[in-house]
Design a protein around this ligand. Structure first.
Ligand SMILES: Nc1ncnc2c1ncn2[C@@H]1O[C@H](COP(=O)(O)OP(=O)(O)OP(=O)(O)O)[C@@H](O)[C@H]1O
Length: 250
């Protein structure tokens, strides 16, 4: 059992970060929210309806997902990968000619590429990109769906400091515009900019609440077995692990 006893609500207009140590169950929870893994018990509901009652197409227009370490078709052009986010699900990756999109669909693809700064290599093939560039293409693919909820598993993976900070700002903007953003994050300083945090430990919710409520030295010690200081700087929380901080009570 990877996750048990989780009761949580993810709202539109809110950026929620799921945090916790390796193996805590974060990806499993996100996959259950996306309907990729069915829970053995309990239920996931979307807008009051069980997720299983939504058909695939409806679900795809409401939920977009970025998997951890997502593989992309190496021989496919960036623009065509991003277009997959617009319901081109039946299209077998890289094997069919580029999809001709309606104007509205094509605009959504361009917008997503603009937001993730991939327009300048839109015609290149995935195999020719760096890890960070590929991550931005994956993100653009998820954003192109312009869904109600964005479920992102470690979206800052491979991103340099600048893009990671920009991404967090962008996710905050999306949330302010009414999207429900749920992101698994390892960087607690980035996570502290979320509206709501869910701290998982051993497959259970150790604590959920505002960043101030969750990011306390005591909670971090319980979850990560790590002594850490939590500082406030310019209205932000910064988590600093103590030297040799593993295994000592705060
Ligand atoms: N397909 C699977 N079969 C068996 N066990 C699995 C499977 N996927 C995950 N697990 C186990 O379930 C637990 C939770 O895994 P999960 O990937 O959800 O953790 P996580 O919090 O996302 O970790 P990380 O930070 O390392 O990505 C782990 O102990 C993992 O080994």
């Amino acid at each position: 059992m990877a996750v048990r006893g989780v009761t949580a609500e993810f709202r539109r207009g809110q950026l929620t970060a799921i945090i916790g140590p390796n193996g805590a169950g974060k990806s499993t929870l996100l996959r259950a929210l996306m309907g990729l893994d069915a829970p053995a018990g309990g239920a996931v509901t979307l807008a009051g309806r069980p997720l299983s009652a939504w058909n695939r197409r409806e679900r795809a227009s409401r939920l977009a997902y970025l998997a951890q370490g997502e593989g992309l078709p190496p021989g496919t052009r960036v623009r065509d990968v991003v277009a997959l986010g617009r319901g081109a699900g039946q299209w077998r990756w890289g094997l069919l000619p580029p999809l001709v999109l309606e104007q509205e669909e094509a605009s959504a693809v361009e917008r997503a590429m603009g937001r993730t700064d991939v327009l300048n290599f839109a015609e290149r093939r995935v195999a020719e990109l760096s890890g960070g560039e590929r991550q931005r293409v994956s993100l653009a693919r998820a954003l192109a769906a312009e869904p109600d909820f964005l479920l992102l598993d470690e979206p800052t993976n491979h991103l340099d400091l600048g893009y990671a900070a920009e991404l967090t700002e962008y996710l905050r903007c999306e949330a302010a515009g009414g999207v429900g953003v749920v992101a698994v994050l390892h960087d607690l300083t980035l996570a502290s900019q979320a509206d709501w945090l869910l701290l998982l430990h051993g497959g259970r919710v150790l604590v959920q609440g505002t960043p101030e409520e969750v990011l306390t030295p005591a909670n971090l010690y319980t979850a990560y077995n790590l002594r850490a200081e939590v500082l406030r700087h310019s209205g932000r929380l910064i988590v600093i692990p103590a030297a040799g901080g593993r295994g000592h009570a705060p």
